[in-house]
Design a protein around this ligand. Structure first.
Ligand SMILES: [Fe+2]
Length: 310
């Protein structure tokens, strides 16, 4: 989309989408104007701005044909990686996250995908990171986790998943527990958010004001609730009683998006999510009538993920 008006050499704000979570790629010839526009638009509330103009700060670059975005916070960076279509990717549209401590260079990965392990290790090595933990938000049905393969290739790597998932891992997570860096500093807090599966957890990152919601809360949507002990009523309660009680400006990083969006906020989902702004009864009815096809990878993914993808 081009919003530049040649006639008067301006870019009217009215041409920008009203949806502040929309992904906007900013580009100009040298990168100078983009570097000015990004903070300006951030100020206006847009949260998915991709700087494609200046090589020094570019957040858009191709790696193995996949999408990779780096979000830098003061003490921690988040690299958001997308599992694109086959044959280069696994075709699951999963977002994997690599969280890295800026000082110690220690890294934690969330929801790795088996077909993307080479890519993930390449990113980890290119950023000079040491991977110590692999977390899964739940026992996935749409892809095999990369956790088992990563454990084979990274010495000392510890895996974690919720105790309620019934899957195997080195660490079984429970509500309220902290996930810490090796030196003991807490990074994430485990929030039990069942509904998509009964073992789903979200990871709240208080230092960053962010939450990794897995398949419970997606951007303008939510995960399906028709298999793996899924429950629409439980999902509604998890979102309304737990996720929606986080501060409004908390950034939401989901496990999937099918429209190229990167992240949302609790406020945006609270006010605009077409399903979760409904009453609980209406939501349960919507979820009961989705008539979704049987997931094509579930028969191979579930048994593998119950043993950590080994
Ligand atoms: Fe899932």
């Amino acid at each position: 989309m081009f919003v530049y008006v040649q006639a008067n050499k301006t870019m009217p704000l009215s041409a920008f989408p009203e949806d502040k979570t929309a992904t906007i790629v900013l580009h100009c010839n040298s990168g100078r104007r983009v570097n000015a526009a990004v903070p300006f638009l951030k100020e206006k509330g847009y949260i998915n701005l991709l700087n494609a103009g200046g090589p020094a700060e570019s957040e858009v670059f191709p790696v193995f044909g996949e999408r990779i975005h780096k979000h830098d916070f003061e003490t921690v960076s988040i690299t958001q990686l997308f599992d694109g279509p086959k044959p280069q990717g696994g075709g699951s549209a999963t977002y994997t996250y690599i969280l890295a401590d800026s000082k110690t260079k220690e890294a934690i990965i969330i929801d790795p995908v088996l077909e993307q392990v080479d890519r993930d290790l390449e990113v980890i090595s290119s950023q000079g990171l040491t991977l110590t933990q692999a977390l899964n938000t739940h026992c996935h049905a749409d892809h095999i986790t990369g956790t088992g393969e990563l454990k084979k290739r990274v010495g000392g790597l510890r895996s974690a998943i919720s105790a309620a998932s019934g899957a195997k891992a080195d660490v079984m997570l429970k509500e309220g527990e902290s996930i810490c860096w090796s030196d003991g500093r807490p990074l994430l807090r485990v929030l039990s958010t069942p509904g998509h599966t009964n073992g789903c957890v979200s990871f709240v990152c208080e230092p960053l004001g962010a939450v990794f919601t897995g398949d419970v809360l997606l951007i303008g949507g939510c995960g399906r609730t028709d298999f793996q002990e899924g429950s629409a009523a439980d999902l509604y309660d998890s979102v309304h009683n737990k996720l929606f009680t986080l501060p409004d400006d908390t950034i939401v990083y989901p496990a999937h998006d099918y429209k190229g969006r990167l992240r949302s906020t609790i406020k945006a989902e609270k006010t605009t999510n077409p399903r979760l702004t409904k009453s609980k009864q209406e939501f349960v009815e919507i979820m009961a009538n989705l008539n979704l096809p049987y997931p094509d990878q579930i028969d191979r993914a579930l048994p593998a993920n119950l043993v950590c993808g080994c």
